[in-house]
Design a binder for this molecule. Sequence first.
Ligand SMILES: [Zn+2]
Length: 289
Amino acid sequence: MIAHPLYEQTALFLKFARLPVTTTEKPPGFITHTASDEKAIISFANAFGPLGRGILTMRGKTQVEVPGTMQGLGLIKAEPLSRWAAEVFRMRVLLELWNTLRDDGPGRDEALAKAIRWNADGVQYVGPLGPQLIADRRMNPETLAAFKPGHLIAPAWRFLHTAINTELKKHALRAVLAGQDEARPYLAGQDEARLYLVPESLLGALWYQFAAAVAHNKHFRQCEQCGRWFEPGRDTRGDAKFCKPPCRMKFYRNKKQQARDLRAKGTPLKEIAKQLNSDIQTVKGWVKK
Ligand SMILES: [Zn+2]
């Protein structure tokens, strides 16, 4: 089966960036993965596929196998889970930086100060991804001149954009006209041509989603039924709690069943309402035969 994560999961990058990975205290920031992290990564890979083409290796436990790549001598193509963990970590750190930048509350400067630092020569990123120059009076004085000395927000945006661009550069996107085999979804019988951007790997698709979300300042919410991240107001109402109508129906069917089960055990209406995070009038409707 070919997965089309960009169409079916417009915010799959959020799920990816939230996969559990563990960073060690000693040495600081070293990324590792526990057995439960591994389980979550494998289950994501089973649902959405490998990140890319993988490397030639022996079949092993802590890896995601790229399907259909069995070679002679028992060799396969696979992606070590350590690579997955590193990719998850990088995206998560940048996602957190983006969220910090978008939150204009009083804690923003303090949070940014942990990642952006000024010195005599310019401004640097000093966060969890390791030290990197943002602007330096010798290397790129014109970039430095665009920042107000001591200010953190503009250099942080600059770093975020540059870091995402670095990832986009690694993972090719092809432009494809509809009607070609590669274009998905292919709408049979449609005579009007459309131009699609087709990522060549899942990881490329995830970085593209992230970049598009930054470019369009997208906001996402997690579906209360299935946990999928969706963009409220895109295919749903702006205040929607569910990603699609079947999720909404399933959610209320479950609530109704829970209410009836509780009622059958003699639980008072008020208590049911409290447990199901609802109100007495609604619960009355649910338990009515
Ligand atoms: Zn849903």
